[in-house]
Design a protein around this ligand. Structure first.
Ligand code: H2U
Ligand code: ZN
Length: 348
């Protein structure tokens, strides 16, 4: 099974991915990324995120001791836009709309060198609690329709600073990816009176082929329709549709799953594993969203070593996403690795 080319359907986005398992042994003479130096200081006087330091915009960070949140100095969205922004085109094929929002940066801790897998569970819980509070506050505003919490990790993902941090972009309209998921989850719920992601997680728990980290409150797996080689999806088992719906016990469980996945990721190629990760919460419209299951996506680019990444080019850009190793093989490889012992704790 799954040894020849086939395509798989992503029911969240209603898009297909091409899978070519027979091709995974092809030779690679292309680009290898430079392996970045792994030892960072606990405090870097040049870092614009370290406590007490000055940021690029000239503002000084507090001498913070836990998580630290500030308004992005170079925000992509601003709360107000000039009323007179000139005339947008009136032609139906040239649509433009004003868009407003608020962008924040969330530092995980004062430590310049501690990423999620090397943080204590309690400290990861504090990060989740901060994401929750910020999401809740932003969602309460009438000018915010969606809150996107995400982390860009590693220079290959375009992350500008190794000091562990995440971002929150919130805006007045629902962006593309959550908008697709809203349509799919709503349609599934209306047809089946059950939530799409709970039904999917139940089947994965039965099959046990793609699971990566499971506890009483969260199920993390390489989705059947994964695009990135070691992509994972973290699904809340309970009814939460937003971070603010999580109970303290569920926040603990989420910290546990995140620590375990990211430990496996780092152990895979013995490197600080780059990825883009983010939570998909229900829209911030004040409504109950029984169709929506809170979940997080991890999209890591690495393919076969700390230096060879997958490119989304050519066919992927022009036709559809494509992968070589199957999600089943990816999950099995991740599961061979320790989810409790980080490789650097052995090397030290
Ligand atoms: P990355 O997570 O991709 O590294 O982005 C960091 C964000 O931090 C980026 O959106 C912001 C940038 O605008 N930033 C500040 O707000 N202040 C600074 O002094 C530098 C970077
Ligand atoms: Zn720093």
């Amino acid at each position: 099974m799954y040894s020849s080319s086939h395509r798989r359907f992503n029911p969240l986005t209603c898009e297909w991915v091409l899978v070519s398992p027979h091709r995974s042994k092809r030779p690679w003479l292309g680009q290898v990324e430079k392996k970045v130096s792994e030892s960072l200081p606990m405090y870097d006087p040049q870092c614009y995120l370290c406590p007490g330091n000055e940021r690029a915009g000239g503002i000084k960070n507090e001498k913070y001791t836990g998580t630290y949140v500030f308004d992005n100095d170079f925000a992509s969205l601003l709360p107000t836009v000039p009323v007179d922004d000139g005339e947008y085109p009136s032609h139906p094929l040239m649509k433009a709309e004003q868009e407003t929002g608020i962008c924040k940066v969330v530092c995980f801790s004062p430590r310049h060198d501690l990423t999620l897998p090397e943080m204590e569970r309690q400290d990861i819980q504090n990060v989740i609690a901060t994401w929750t509070k910020e999401s809740f506050d932003l969602s309460s505003r009438s000018d915010i329709a969606y809150v996107q919490v995400f982390e860009n990790k590693g220079a290959v993902m375009g992350c500008s600073n190794p000091h562990p941090h995440s971002q929150i972009w919130s805006q007045s309209r629902i962006p593309n990816e959550p908008a697709k998921e809203l349509v799919s989850q709503t349609q599934y719920f209306n047809e089946h009176h059950k939530t799409l992601l709970h039904e999917y997680a139940a089947e994965e728990l039965r099959l046990k082929e793609r699971l990566v980290a499971v506890n009483d409150h969260f199920t993390a797996l390489v989705p059947f329709w994964a695009i990135w080689p070691f992509e994972t999806l973290v699904i809340a088992n309970g009814p939460a549709s937003r971070l603010s719906d999580l109970t303290p016990v569920e926040i603990e469980a989420l910290a546990d799953v995140m620590k375990r996945i990211t430990t496996r990721y780092d152990n895979l190629f013995e490197t600080s594993f780059p990825y883009s990760m983010g939570f998909h919460q229900a829209p911030a419209d004040g409504e109950k969203h029984p169709e929506w299951t809170l979940h997080a996506h991890f999209y890591p680019p690495l393919l076969r070593s700390a230096t060879v990444k997958k490119f989304m080019v050519g066919y992927e850009l022009l036709s559809m996403p494509q992968r070589d190793i199957t999600p089943e093989v990816a999950a099995a490889r991740l599961c061979e690795l320790s989810d409790t012992v980080h490789y650097r704790s052995i090397q030290k």
